[in-house]
Design a protein around this ligand. Sequence first.
Ligand code: ZN
Length: 532
Amino acid sequence: MFWIDDVAQQINKAFPDKEEIIIRDEKTASGRVHVGSLRGVAIHGVLAEALIQLGRKVTFYYEINDCDPMDGLPVYLDQNAYRPYMGKPLNAVPAPNELGKPSSTPTATNNFARYFGNEFVEVIAKLGFNAQIVWSSDFYHEGRYNGWIEKACAHPDKVREIYQKISGSEKSEEWNPLQIVCEKCGKVGTTTVTEFNGKEAIYNCEPNKVTWAQGCGYQGKVSPFNGRGKLPWKMEWAVKWAALPVDVEGSGKDHNASGGSHEVSEAICKEILGAKVPFNIPYEFFLFGGAKMSASKGLGATAKEVSEMMPPELLRFLMIRTRPNQPIDFNIEGDTIPRLYDNHDECAAIYFGQKTDTPDLGRAFYFAQMDPQNIPARYFSRFSRVAFMVQIPHLSITKEVEKLKGITLTPEDKKELEDRVAYARRWLDEFASDQAKFQIQTEIPVSAASLDSEQKKFLQAIATLLQENPSLSGEELHSKIHELKKASPLEAREAFGAIYQALLGKDSGPQAGWFLEALDRTFVIERFKAIN
Ligand SMILES: [Zn+2]
């Protein structure tokens, strides 16, 4: 069974009586969001879709954490200009301008976290995941967590014990699971609560609590409710589960290690808050490689960038075809995108019943669709061939694809083809290796002069073949060229090299039969005849 069907059925059984199943995932808006964060979105989003198809009512909350302190400076920001904001909640830091410097004074809807969070939210929408977006600050300010903060902080000794027992982390006897946004300097990463009486917290804003931010030394007493206080993150995670309450929430491998944050939050959730721990789906990393993407960005590709390199269905497909417990290692360069398309098309063929093996893969195609209720049957031209065709001058790609399909293209076929043409051009511009790229030389390339007499004879033979058989298909041409090669003393590399040298001025190129078939016949015949 495909993993999405499998996990959706497990969840369906785990909550037989719940009227509505609540799914949640979260991302901290500490800068541009890496494409890897889409894996969590996709896993939760697609499970929500699968459960709805099983007849369940589901809400998928995607929370952008904008309350964590700024504790690091991304390389694309002006380091000096942003340093004074270190330690402040991300929603109280100004959004950057084009120069990476702080822009206007932060407001509730225009700040650092909103700036980067909104960019990610747009990608989530583009991929068709129906997530209800929530901002942590809204929940804090609305007082949603007030009761839970009270409960969480009533027995700090028990919380300390859990931290110690599970993660081995020792907290001092004055430690409280609470921080306060300093009333004087506005920082939250620098404060320590020394006492909490259930209504007000006494806190210090410490100059040396953390290495990345400096507190102002203020000492105060204030109510931690309605957004003035913030829970430390493992406690906060448990409170978020309890407050909605959350039924299903997966999390990355790093959180699920033994003694790790998930285990600590589980214990807090059960023992301190008396709430249920959500159904967990631990998932592996999505690793993104490619020197072109990582060099200048400092963190690799962002979700937004990758969402512009391929259609949303293909990005969904990339994110969901692999089981959550398997890592995804994706390198954008070379042939990765054409191979992803090939794999996608193979799954489509299974879905449409043109192939009968491994029905699981048909489900991968199904769940990758933006609207699984309405999947138009359509002809998929192989991406690598489209990338080849867009490089041939004066070629009617539609006609070529019609020849391959055997009948007229439907409007759905044409739309799919247009899409692939656009993405193929982008791929050739940005990521394709030199092997996949070529340019038909309008004059005889200088390098063709170095072809030997056997190679020249081979080209003459092809010219004659083309002249005598004007209607050979690409496939027929392919086998005829192979026969000619066998009849000559040339090695394959020398024979095909002659074709590419004559037309492209380089040693390699696209598959010869298709290539010659796609080019203007008269042009090829004249070119080959001229090299003798
Ligand atoms: Zn302060």
